[in-house]
Design a protein around this ligand. Sequence first.
Ligand code: SOE
Length: 386
Amino acid sequence: MKSINIGMVGYKFMGKAHSHAYRDLPMFFPKHIRPEMKVICGRNSQGVSEAATQFGWQEYTTDWNDLISRDDIDVIDINAPSDAHKEIAIAAAKAGKHVFCEKPLALTLEDAREMLAVVKETGVKHMVNFNYRFTPAVMLAKKLIDEGRLGKIHHFRAWFLQDWITDPNFPLVWRLQKEVAGSGAHGDLGAHLIDMAHYLIGDISEVIGMNETFIKERPLPTEMTGLSASGDENSQKGEVTVDDATLFMARFANGTLGSFEATRFATGHRSTNSFEINGSKGSVIFDFERLNELQVYFENDEEDVQGFRRVLATDDAHAYSDVWWPTGHTIGYEHTFIHAVTELLEAFAEDRQPVPNFEDGVKCQQVLDAVDLSIEKRQWVQVSDL
Ligand code: SOE
């Protein structure tokens, strides 16, 4: 197989990030299967036609059914708002198309499980885009843990902090509506933290959380707008039906203790996505705003030089370093999407399921729902009870 034909649904922020990945990939990964940017789909005909030209798609359509009924499309890439994931993914799999879906996989655990059942039944390949796993510095943290170089892991603490809705006049965009987004900071940002925890530490067994919606009503938007929308205080208002912030504590199956914070109200933090892990032999700290670096501490360093050191994860010893620039030259946010797509393509070449896939999407959703249940009941919830 030399190339694979992509049909993509969505053309905004994530649509651009995915398109960029498909476009850049063949230049840097020439031996990989080539993703052909066949058709892009979106509801607004003018918007999607402009995106097709700007991003480099061969054709566009306003009806996703067109994509899944075409014989010349192999993979359906879904990055439309979260409420569209289930219907499109299920229809695509039933039509024999492989599915690459943005996170969170679904609005609820029940929906996520239904999606998983269909992709399993139909035998198609399925992947969820938890792109931060594919950051070389994160992969270094994983390697240190897997090789036992941090010893027994005691703590995992993670925080994803944004501040784009602190203005009370920021409009009620789709990300603030439960029926479209499923949840707020929890599913949007917390989902990344939970997947990171699963990837690095393992299964979460029990959780207890709390959340808050600081601004309960907002001006209605005039159109479906994104993160940089502006509002008008004189517009009619609607109810915010998602959390602005969700925090929770967790116990992992292997005994690690975890704490998680996802918020859109951390003034000054545009998009701080970080974790710290402490083990018996050492610790690591990752901050996506410095994504090329991992702070590493080893207990067995000589006493007079003990402390966190900054390891640049773009040097020769690290993941993808042979692909990008000469040693020490850094990479960015967009590279995480390219790396994620290489995993999808390698799964085709090796005839296996890519990772993370819908199983991981379901596991993440199970924790998201367990936290919400714990908040509702004001008590600890066993993840396996859901
Ligand atoms: C907006 O909050 C957002 O773009 C998320 O939807 C992404 O998943 C995250 O990576 C960055 O922030």
